[in-house]
Design a protein around this ligand. Structure first.
Ligand code: TEU
Length: 571
């Protein structure tokens, strides 16, 4: 059968190609990766000791979560000095060595840029609260409204977004923890100081930034009250605010565009229409993390409640982003990061089909159009941990919300809220990397700062290395396939079964020098055995990869095993 030819103008031009589009990123949360000095906390030398492992995955870029000086109220997202390394993680010399060793292995390093807020301990804030004229307008200070805070905005971590400061006798805005005051980006000096900091790191030779909550910088004039019924009260006044594009364009023009780097913005509540303004070919950033697919298992809008999720909704979201970004906008693809529970525990089956579903979810992420981000441990199929008692929790977000749930509803104790907290806590992503089956999973010799997942006796790097069929080795195959097939990077995406409730099937198609290549991906997202007819045309179908032992049978009608994934080449 002849294949469906796409138009020759689908050819990817040299202008459209970029190293960061062809890269696979691996995210390291240094606090939980590897501890070299026996204090129970991961560190930079520990990470450097494991670079060969990361390189063995075939990935191209490492994204390092914040390692700057910080009181660690929000694990480093509360920065007290942008140009110093947090002592427990090591020294600037350790960091410089790390960068060199990453580059020696032909990988790149991107750093986390957290400039919506600083720590309360940052010198700028210390000066600002004392009313030093140079810094008094570095943060968003307001008088209260009588006994009440200046408006009804809420912190993402719960409660009011305003904190009264006795010293300055005014409220300051904090969209996250009280320890994380928001900078006032309307102040030109703030912008210049941040741009200088960005340049300082780029001059050190890094390869780009992941930008924390970067679409929150611009707050609406007058800071009006928000809709009290919305998911995050006030967000319509501080997400994608009026000056947002102008700030990022200035950052790009003054600093970013002078370097050959990659930038990815983390953007809560981002829609595909809004995204095009940030990440089109001439937008200020290269790509953005949106959150739409991470909310499928909320109960409606409610994050601290668990709902059933629907595959057709996932298809709708993914389809919108795969095809809807205008002006050559590029996607950032992820399931997990340090804020998300483990994906196998959400959209897979961690009990009956851990291995199969981990591979299925990996197949999906690595065969879409965009740059994939693998979070440490995802390549092992790590799962959520049990959070038996409130004392096990470490994350300010989980602790605050657990307390809020306990206060607001008719609950007697932690056991009543445990299911939802254990499911949703960001701590699930932060349990130590599982290197082996020893007491602390090979992460540390001391007591780790957070519990090790008890399943490390089975799920660990050492065991996975020894097992040809492991999730780890399958991820290596996926990365390798992606690196060899441009079609998986640049090819057009077409959903073949948008309405099917358990099977996801799509093609990726690319034409180059008059030749069309088509790759077919077939994914059974559940534990049953569906048979599907696929509208594909081809002369020959070659099975490139599957998480089951399969031969090259014809893909126009297939019966799939639980969580089965297949990738075919169609000629
Ligand atoms: O997160 C921003 C944020 O609001 C979300 O990532 C949130 O944690 C997610 O929606 C949960 O589903 C960033 C950092 O990634 C996070 O670790 C920080 O706590 C936060 O900013 C504040 O800096």
């Amino acid at each position: 059968m002849p294949i469906q030819r796409t138009k020759p103008e689908d050819t990817v031009s040299d202008d459209e190609r970029a190293w960061w589009k062809e890269s696979v990123v691996y995210q390291v949360y240094p606090r939980s990766f590897n501890d070299s000095d026996g204090d129970g906390v991961g560190d930079l030398r520990g990470l450097a000791d494991r670079l060969d492992y990361i390189a063995s995955l075939g990935v191209d870029v490492i994204w390092l979560n914040p390692v700057y000086d910080s009181p660690q109220e929000d694990n480093g997202y509360d920065i007290s000095d942008y140009r110093a390394i947090y002592e427990e993680f090591g020294t600037m010399a350790d960091w410089e060595r790390l960068l060199e060793e990453v580059h020696d292995r032909d990988m790149r390093l991107i750093m986390d840029l957290v400039v919506n807020h600083t720590s309360r301990d940052h010198e700028w804030f210390v000066e600002s609260r004392q009313g030093n004229p140079e810094y008094e307008d570095y943060y968003i200070w307001r008088e209260g409204d009588g006994e009440d805070p200046p408006n009804n905005w809420e912190s993402f971590f719960g409660g009011s977004a305003w904190e009264y400061d006795e010293e300055r006798e005014a409220y300051y805005l904090h969209l996250y923890d009280t320890s994380q005051p928001d900078l006032d980006w309307a102040n030109e000096d703030v912008r210049q100081d941040v741009f200088d900091t960005i340049e300082w790191w780029l001059e050190k030779g890094i390869d780009g930034f992941r930008m924390d909550v970067i679409n929150l910088l611009s707050k609406a004039d007058g800071l009006p009250d928000g809709d009290p019924d919305s998911e995050w009260v006030g967000s319509e006044h501080f997400i994608d605010g009026p000056e947002m594009t102008a700030y990022l364009e200035a950052m790009d023009e003054q600093v970013l565009s002078n370097y050959d780097i990659m930038t990815v913005g983390e953007m809560p509540q981002l829609t595909v229409d809004e995204a095009s303004t940030y990440v089109s070919a001439d937008g200020p950033l290269d790509m953005a993390f949106h959150f739409q697919h991470t909310k499928l298992d909320y109960d409606g809008d409610e994050r601290w409640a668990v709902g059933d999720w629907d595959l057709t909704e996932l298809k709708e979201i993914v389809g919108r982003w795969q095809t809807g970004l205008e002006g050559e906008g590029w996607n950032a693809l992820y399931w997990e990061n340090h804020d998300q529970p483990r994906v196998v525990s959400r959209y897979g089956d961690p009990v009956n089909y851990r291995r199969e579903s981990a591979k299925l979810l990996g197949t999906f992420m690595l065969t879409l159009r965009g740059t994939p981000y693998i979070y440490q441990g995802q390549e092992l199929g790590m799962t959520n941990a049990p959070w038996e008692s409130m004392d096990d929790l470490r994350d300010v977000d989980a602790i605050n919300h657990a307390e809020e749930l306990l206060e607001s509803e008719d609950h007697e104790g932690y056991d009543d809220v445990r299911d939802v907290v254990a499911y949703r806590s960001r701590d699930n992503a932060r349990t130590p990397m599982q290197w082996d089956d020893s007491e602390h999973a090979g992460f540390t010799d001391a007591d780790p700062w957070i519990q090790v997942n008890p399943n490390h006796d089975e799920v660990n790097v050492e065991a996975a290395e020894a097992d040809e069929d492991s999730v780890l080795n399958y991820y290596r195959d996926l990365v390798d396939l992606r690196e060899r097939k441009d079609t998986l990077v640049y090819g057009e995406y077409d959903d073949l079964l948008p309405d099917h409730e358990s099977v996801y099937a799509y093609t990726r198609t690319m034409t180059e020098d008059g030749e069309t290549e088509q790759v077919l991906v077939v994914l059974n997202f559940f534990g049953d055995r569906p048979t599907v007819d696929l509208p594909v045309q081809y002369d020959e179908a070659t099975l490139l990869l599957s998480n089951y032992d399969r031969s090259d049978d014809a893909p126009e009608s297939v019966t799939l095993a639980p969580y089965e994934a297949r990738i075919y080449q169609l000629d």
